[in-house]
Design a protein around this ligand. Sequence first.
Ligand SMILES: Nc1ncnc2c1ncn2[C@@H]1O[C@H](COP(=O)(O)OP(=O)(O)OP(=O)(O)O)[C@@H](O)[C@H]1O
Ligand SMILES: [Mg+2]
Length: 518
Amino acid sequence: MDDERGIAPLAGLSGIGKSFGGVPALKEVDFTVRRGEVHALLGENGAGKSTLMKILSGELGDYRGEIRIEGEQVKFTRPLDARRAGIAMIHQELDLVPALSVAENVFLGREPRTRFGTVDRGRMLRETAALLARIGVGIDAGREVGRLRTGERQVVTIARALGLDARVLIMDEPTSALSSREVGQLFDVIGELRSRGAGIVYISHRMQEIGRVADRATVLRNGEVVAEFDARAMTAEQASTAMVGRPMGQLFRAEGGSSSGGGDVLVVEDLAVVRRRPRPGRREPAGISLRVGKGEIVGLAGLLGAGRTELLETLYGLAAGAPMRGRIVLDGVEVKPRGPRQAMKLGIAFVPEDRRTEGLALDHSVVANTVLSVVGKIAKAGVVSAAAERRVAGKTVDRLGVKLRSLTDPAGSLSGGNQQKIVLGRGLTTEPSLLLLDEPTRGVDVGAKAEIYRLLGETAARGVGILLASSEPAELVGVCDRVVVLHGGRSVRELDTAEAGEAELLAATMSEGLGETL
Ligand SMILES: Nc1ncnc2c1ncn2[C@@H]1O[C@H](COP(=O)(O)OP(=O)(O)OP(=O)(O)O)[C@@H](O)[C@H]1O
Ligand SMILES: [Mg+2]
């Protein structure tokens, strides 16, 4: 396993095997992390990426095979063992304590002490602020994590891992909720770590990132290594073909520019939420105008904190009670959504960004999660038969290609991307007239992305208006008819994707963002 120069890698895993309930998740996997390299780990949802890295980070102690750290065999049985060996992991699912502050989360379990033995809060706050500054995101280190948006939480988990100063840093989808500016900053930090000799494992479903950041790439399929690439020379097609096991074809739907002659599903005019006491860390709508035609897919672009999620939440009635300015017109009628129940009645469906806290009941079965919002529709005389539920759930699962063993498995046992598909499938089964999507493909693999885009195209073709917030420029340009750029809670530009490409969208998003820091 040593490299050309006979130097043992920072970490070497060989013959790793792992099963869950008798079902193999990893079979005989070899994987190395060398000094000063970024090693991308690729694979479809459920391929075994997180499982492999949880073994290296000491979270799953029960596995077959061997781990060597700088040539020396080790057996980690808990995360602390791995941390002591210089291994840190940024988790795909944001494992923060919501009730604690940003700084308390960053230093959890290793709080600095004053000479009197008490926790040194001042130092914690200062060092946390410095870590956050490295990623270039202004989050108050004293703020409660439960009040942060998904993207901000992601930044906090990154800061926490950076604070551990690890030799091997595992990043399991660190950028899935970050937009271009933050991704750029993170890549600068990764470059710095690499030049200081750290080894980084980088997991992402955003193919464009791999070529930019990684040196090597290993592809897992069904728990086995199927390919290894020089990441700089690898094309997105090669990677996705290896991941899926067959050539992928077109990722985005071919037919752009759908009908806008069918009238508007949604018109938003100068919408603003005016709270007497603003919610800390939230960017309420402060002057947003846009329209979504029947059968149209309209994108929402913007940097972290631009107010995309808050706009969707407001349209879904989650700002209920707060005084509003401007108008929301749905199918020609002015509405004031006063809560999700009413929004649903009006024909609005919402797929939220954070599947773990808002989207899924993790302990409940896949069936229960899939039918959650359609129960009213499939009930006969108020009674929902288990068979009808299973039929609806089975159809959704098939359509989206969700990888699972049984429909009765708890949603929490699915891989991250498969959980996302369940949340999305549920939004689609309600047959809304307006579908609000917040980062619908976050953590979803290329094959499933293509499937989701196809489904969105089909849904739009049935006349549904879709408003899609995304931080992936390629997705916005590839999927949407028009893209509205938000900045500071305002709509500042609109681009027609028939004319404008990714570069233009990036420029529009970034230049508006620069205005904020100048
Ligand atoms: N705690 C668990 N209990 C049961 N099965 C599990 C558990 N954790 C993972 N699995 C299964 O192991 C397989 C690999 O999952 P893993 O989370 O490693 O996939 P992944 O490659 O990280 O996917 P994703 O891209 O969706 O994050 C999946 O089939 C998953 O359902
Ligand atoms: Mg994973």
